[in-house]
Design a protein around this ligand. Sequence first.
Ligand code: PBG
Length: 327
Amino acid sequence: MPSFPELRLRRLRKSETLRSLVRETRVDVSDLVYPLFIIEGRGIKKQIDSMPGIYQLSVDKLAREAAELTGLKIPAVLLFGVVSDKDETGTAAYNPRGVVQQAIRAIKKAAPGMLVITDICLCEYTSHGHCGLIEDGDVDNDKTLRLLAKMSLSHSDAGADMVAPSDMMDGRVRAIRQELDGNGFSHIPILAYAAKYASAFYGPFREAAGSAPRFGNRKSYQMDPPNAREALREIEQDIEEGADIVMVKPALSYLDVIRRVRDTFNYPLAAYNVSGEYAMVKAAARQGWLDEKRVVLEILTSIKRAGADIIISYHAKEAAEWLGESV
Ligand code: PBG
């Protein structure tokens, strides 16, 4: 092995051309998924206070949105519904004329090539704001499965390209797979939010989606942040149940988990750069405390370097523009 002074690691950092030649990780716009919040009503484009630049959009605004995303070459969207008529069982989640079902049709019509992924979870649709059915004051895992399967079928019926269960119930991937396979949708992949932590970084999202729990918290179903080995078991379980793509969420405080999953499983891996991670960057950038462009590109690169193939990010539009610029 050569050593200093023959060895000089700085040699390959001298110019951008050289740095680019030996660069190990590249983020491409084709890695990115952009989340959209779809609200009932018409003519609505309402900015979320804690997420500047992110809006709740009504269905009639989606053709334009889809055209903009296509223009930026963003390949995929992840849809969330924002509804007012909530009930104990989240009926609006599997209504064939529900807001997400309408949104799927509108996006597919305006941009047939756009990959439409839908979030499968009851929290945006239940009056109590929990991700499953409540029995005796607690979330009933097994009774929830049927509703998640029903919701997945309803989205597939409306034309979704992929479903993404985020509820963290045990057995939901199998329940969804069986429901889809039994109804002519064996070609629809499942992106499982497999290792999803009970994180404080979801705060702004709950404002955006109106999905904060009315009582208690999500710690009995989402993972305990200190656990990494358990994340591997969660991933393994979802793969065994039939997941096609697995996800770690959030991204930044869990880069070690992303790396361990990448080293352990040969499945496509997604990471969710969540609402709180976006809000922190936006807030600091607004104060002039950070260079937003450089920070965002560094963050996305770190998520990829940790091992993610797919990044779900609220910064996707800005990143698409920045990635398109020559450095
Ligand atoms: C629904 C869901 C949540 C997020 C994605 N799907 C919120 C939660 O579990 O409380 C969070 C996304 C984000 O913070 O950007 N269960």
